[in-house]
Design a protein around this ligand. Sequence first.
Ligand SMILES: Nc1ncnc2c1ncn2[C@@H]1O[C@H](COP(=O)(O)OP(=O)(O)OP(=O)(O)O)[C@@H](O)[C@H]1O
Length: 310
Amino acid sequence: MTDNAIEISGLKKTYAATGKSAAKEALKGIDLNIPRGSVFGLLGPNGAGKSTLINILAGLVVKSAGSVKIWGFDQDRNPRQSRAAIGIMPQEPHLDPFFTPAGSLDVQAGLYGVPRSQRRTAEILELIGLTDKANAYARSLSGGMRRRLLLGKALVHSPQILVLDEPTAGVDIALRNLLWQNVRRLNDEGMTIILTTHYLEEAEEMCDDIAIINHGEVIIRDSTANLLGRLDSKTLVITPAQDSQLPDLPAAITGKKHDDGTLSFTYQSGQTSADAVLDLLRGANITIQDVKTREADLEDVFLALTSKGG
Ligand SMILES: Nc1ncnc2c1ncn2[C@@H]1O[C@H](COP(=O)(O)OP(=O)(O)OP(=O)(O)O)[C@@H](O)[C@H]1O
């Protein structure tokens, strides 16, 4: 018996070429273990491969190579058991407009072979705050209610693992809070939670462990606490008085010249300082018209991590 909810090894996915586009290697050999009982964050910029990974876990995309074990069950050898162990809340609400929330949950439970006597429709409706909408048509539900229904659908077969794909993209604060309350409660009850998000702050708040994926590879996987220590980076954005190139930079500073002519410099605050960056610029005879600081965003973090070899 393993302590991991998910064990992924050597996972590759290449989407075949189509008429217009070349073949795309979306996952380049992912090795990743996700511990049971954790809230695990899967982060990465657009196109990094997160949805591909999640869709493989969900059985919606067929992998090209590698192995995936879900709750100890190999996806190829034990497809039924591995599928039963995981529930997925997808990004986009694709709901049948003719079903009511109660009806949708019932159909979903049927798809997973949950016997009628074991269905938890009322309990799930309560959890997602849709008890009073149980018999309303899905087309009359607000966007937020549809999202909640998607969460409910992911839970009908009582999976050990719940995957949330960008659950808070474009949702309001009230729904975000409700979703996180639900997630915390489910995790307290023992469910392993995997979520993808673009928001570092959200990952910081919710996740015990984080993996960052970029260009189809895991570039770092660590506890949130360790990672945030590493990501303690700051960025100075300089507007030079004249068009200027990046000066030579020490390893501790990552620089980028932007299309608008500004130069940005990202560094770990423990390793160097704004003063050191300004000294470098003066040394390179760059006259500074304006300086701004900003919190590092995910892109800076990737730059900093990848340029150091991650
Ligand atoms: N069905 C497909 N056919 C061809 N290429 C695809 C397909 N789905 C995804 N890709 C490509 O694979 C790469 C990874 O995409 P994926 O959707 O997994 O990334 P992502 O990290 O989930 O991004 P996002 O945050 O935008 O959802 C991208 O280059 C994307 O264009």
